[in-house]
Design a protein around this ligand. Sequence first.
Ligand code: FE2
Ligand code: FE2
Length: 210
Amino acid sequence: MHQGPSNGMIGRVLPDPTNGPGHIFLDANMSVNIGDKPQADFSNPIALMMDCHRRIERFLQALRAVASNAKEGTLDQRHRTALDAALHYFVLAGPRHNQDEEASLFPALSALSIPEVAAMRKRLAQVAQEHADAQMLHQRIEALGRAWLDTGAITQEEWDEFGRLVDQLLAIYTPHIALEEREIFPLAARVLDSQVIAEIGRQMRARRNI
Ligand SMILES: [Fe+2]
Ligand SMILES: [Fe+2]
């Protein structure tokens, strides 16, 4: 067992009305910046989904940084804050983002009988499968990461596994986000009418109980 500090305070996470545990961003040094970027609002749900992607990327980088930099499994205060914020994000906000896509955006697209949507059907099924694949990895990362935070220690094997899981997540999310932003979202913006877009925004808001 690698022993780490067990009494470090976990960084406080502020409520975020749009999508998650807080306007918490982690830069390359894992410092936490609060409220540093104006968010899109529910009247522009596709832009909001892209904001979510930026948060997913930042919290993935935070996990990667923890996996790389926590020397011999020891969590210092910055690592604790970054790990806690990232785990929190992927438990609460990550699944909501997937629902925004799978339960709101993709059905709205699929309801259209047009060739562009028919051509995208395989890709919509692919990204839904990737959500499920990523979720399995998140569950294991959550278990490993929470135990690490709770005990301040992690075995070498678990630390190695943690790093491998983060790399697998990155391998899923990087092309996944690119596909959504380069093909699916632009198609949605082109073919969905404004009332449907507004309804997606309302569903996203309701999903967050706002
Ligand atoms: Fe997605
Ligand atoms: Fe997405």
